[in-house]
Ligand binder design. Structure first.
Ligand SMILES: Nc1ncnc2c1ncn2[C@@H]1O[C@H](COP(=O)(O)OP(=O)(O)OP(=O)(O)O)[C@@H](O)[C@H]1O
Length: 626
């Protein structure tokens, strides 16, 4: 167990423990809603540790577990790291938690899919009947209906379902997004399932609750309402840190719930605490107190830290500008670590960007990025963010780890991977006499592959795929085949995949480094929950960020659209609210120094607007020359 668990107790921790002991006899619900760096996750892991000590044995003896649900795989890993790999806990993302609950209910899943397809047929028929629908659209809707009708009779024959990134119902594969709808639908519809969940998980915690989807929250609340006694449901979150459109934001609860406050901020130094309190003063006005302390000569002391903002003209090379800012801060703060260009654990500066394109350019995977991002296919685009797109899976999950094992001389791992993935090896598994010749041919292929995939290789991803197929090195997804023999049909997906196959294979390494969080870059959305000593947050209104975020509109130097004006007037979540929250999240990650770097079309206009916001001290707002 790590130092987070050893943090001193706050009042909130004591209150939370009271809730947990109450839940032994009654149904208890609580919300711990507090600002950035207030130690919500710390309180959560401390509560888990407390539960392990006080209720671990009886829970385990009854075959029960404590569920802890959070937003990303990275957050799951961090919480596991805090509490150790104890069998008492079930720590998972929402998807995997829901899947754990509903997976055994094959018949209910089949019936949910059938209803869904019948609904789609109904909707398609309505569209066909609409006189304004074009003939070409009608034709494609008729094809859809025929496909759904063919699928329906086969669904009840599926013996078990799994889930992947895209759905293929007849083969028993549900899509990622299906799980988020199916899970809550089944829980809300079936009292028995609600009872089973509470029996299996008598304590359920949800971290980052602001970005949890409303149907999932409704399903959990329905369990809370169903159960009498011995059940605890708790949400930890901060509505100001809601980043995703489908997140619930504030969790509304009635008076039967306990509300736990945490007024402190334990992460940020004073200068940054002032910045984030000021950002928040335009939203819910929550003002945090305290700030980070460090022990000097046995005494805990507050630290001032630094918070600077730099404004540069939009059209100039941002790479040079970022280096200049690092140089400046290194000199001004007398801190050489601002200059260290390292990766992984040695990384000293974290650079937060608005969109992935900036990182792709800097890190060298712009071709892969553009191919999957710019083609208009939403599945490829979404799967690019975390490496889950089907075209990437073979490379990220199998090929690159295999090459790394080979490079490190780890023969055991190479063979283990090939045993699972190489058609050559699986085919001769049982005939031992052939094994040695197959192994030597595979070993020859691997050494050629090491050259093909070296960081200075010029070959394209398509050539690597052909090499893999020719040498029967790995099984590949059949969906690649039409692209390799040019028999594919033109769609937005096919444009993207063609461009992807034409990208340099060496870009896969850079991309891999980025999604595995080893590079200094991350998106401002992706760092929720994390903290770093030196944070550089880069603000630039690129076209990729669409209508979701605009720093120009937030600071007031870009004109609002009619839609923005109307959203604001009606109190609908607006581009300004969303950008303010994103800015709050990224500024509140730093434990020591914060540098905000803004690229603006008119530097002086931007400076005026930013001074008016009074977020940064005037003396800390820099324009060239500084
Ligand atoms: N009681 C405490 N005493 C001292 N330090 C603490 C305490 N609680 C948390 N911290 C420290 O404060 C920092 C922020 O904690 P944590 O990540 O749990 O906050 P959070 O509220 O979940 O943050 P966010 O919402 O911004 O992701 C961590 O460095 C943590 O170690």
């Amino acid at each position: 167990m790590t130092s987070r668990i050893d943090s001193p107790d706050t009042n909130a921790d004591l209150q939370l423990r009271e809730c947990l002991s109450l839940s032994l006899s009654q149904t208890t619900g609580f919300v711990m809603i507090a600002g950035a760096g207030s130690g919500k996750t710390t309180s959560l892991v401390k509560a888990l540790s407390h539960l392990a000590q006080t209720q671990g044995k009886p829970l385990l003896s009854r075959g029960q577990k404590i569920a802890c649900i959070t937003y990303t795989d990275i957050a799951v890993k961090e919480i596991w790291g805090d509490v150790g790999n104890a069998s008492l806990f079930h720590i998972s993302t929402i998807h995997s938690f829901l899947w754990t609950l509903i997976r055994p209910f094959t018949e209910d899943i089949a019936s949910w899919i059938t209803t869904k397809l019948e609904h789609k047929i109904l909707k398609a028929n309505e569209k066909i009947a609409n006189s304004r629908t074009r003939e070409a659209t009608r034709e494609s809707l008729r094809n859809d209906i025929a496909r759904y009708k063919l699928q329906i009779p086969n669904i009840s024959a599926v013996s078990h379902f799994t889930y992947g990134t895209g759905s293929n119902y007849q083969s028993g594969i549900l899509g990622h997004s299906d799980i988020l709808k199916l899970g809550p639908d089944l829980i809300l519809a079936q009292p028995l399932l609600r009872k089973l969940v509470a029996k299996r998980f008598p304590i359920i915690f949800v971290d980052e609750s602001q970005d949890t989807n409303p149907q999932f929250v409704a399903a959990l609340k329905s369990i809370y309402l169903e159960i009498t006694g011995n059940f605890c449901l708790g949400f930890f979150g901060d509505p100001m840190q809601k980043i995703y459109m489908d997140g619930i934001g504030k969790i509304e609860v009635d008076e039967s719930w306990i509300s736990i406050r945490k007024p402190e901020n334990f992460r940020c130094p004073q200068s940054i605490l002032r910045v984030i309190n000021q950002i928040r003063s335009e939203d819910d006005k929550l003002e945090q107190v305290r700030g980070r302390t460090i022990e000097i000569d046995g005494v805990n002391q507050f630290i001032e830290g630094t918070a600077n903002l730099f404004i540069f003209p939009l059209e100039e090379s941002n790479t040079d500008r970022l280096s200049n800012v690092r140089k400046y801060l290194s000199e001004k703060n007398n801190d050489p670590l601002w200059l260290v260009e390292a990766e992984g654990e040695d990384r000293k500066v974290k650079i937060l960007v608005v969109v992935h394109r900036m990182a792709a350019t800097r890190l060298g995977f712009i071709n892969i990025y553009s191919s999957l991002n710019d083609n208009g296919d939403t599945n490829l685009k979404a799967g690019l963010k975390d490496g889950s797109a089907w075209v990437l899976r073979l490379f990220i999950r199998i090929l690159l780890p295999l090459i790394e094992s080979a490079r490190n001389g780890n023969h055991f791992e190479v063979i283990s991977s090939l045993k699972i993935h190489s058609p050559l090896l699986t085919a001769i598994n049982s005939i031992s006499t052939e094994i040695s010749s197959v192994l030597s041919s595979l070993s020859e292929s691997i050494s050629q592959l090491l050259d093909l995939m070296s960081i200075d290789s010029q070959i394209k991803i398509r050539e690597v795929l052909n090499f893999i197929i020719d040498n029967q090195l790995l099984s590949i997804d059949e969906r690649f085949l039409p692209y390799l023999d040019n028999s594919f049909s033109e769609t937005s997906e096919s444009d993207g995949i063609q461009a992807f196959l034409a990208s340099p294979a060496k870009e896969l390494w850079n991309y891999n480094k980025y999604i595995k969080e080893m590079s200094p870059f991350a998106t401002q959305q992706g760092v929720k929950g994390a903290e770093f000593e030196r944070v550089m947050t880069v603000l630039s209104d690129e076209e990729d960020s669409g209508n979701s975020f605009s720093y120009g509109k937030y600071f007031g130097f870009t004109k609002l659209s009619d839609k923005d004006e109307s959203n604001i007037k009606q109190g609908i979540d607006s581009v300004i609210d969303r950008t303010r929250r994103l800015f709050y999240v990224s500024c509140s990650r730093s434990t020591k120094d914060l540098a905000v770097v803004l690229f603006a079309p008119d530097v002086n206009l931007a400076k005026e607007a930013i001074i008016k916001k009074a977020i940064f001290d005037r003396k800390n707002i820099h324009i060239l020359p500084f």
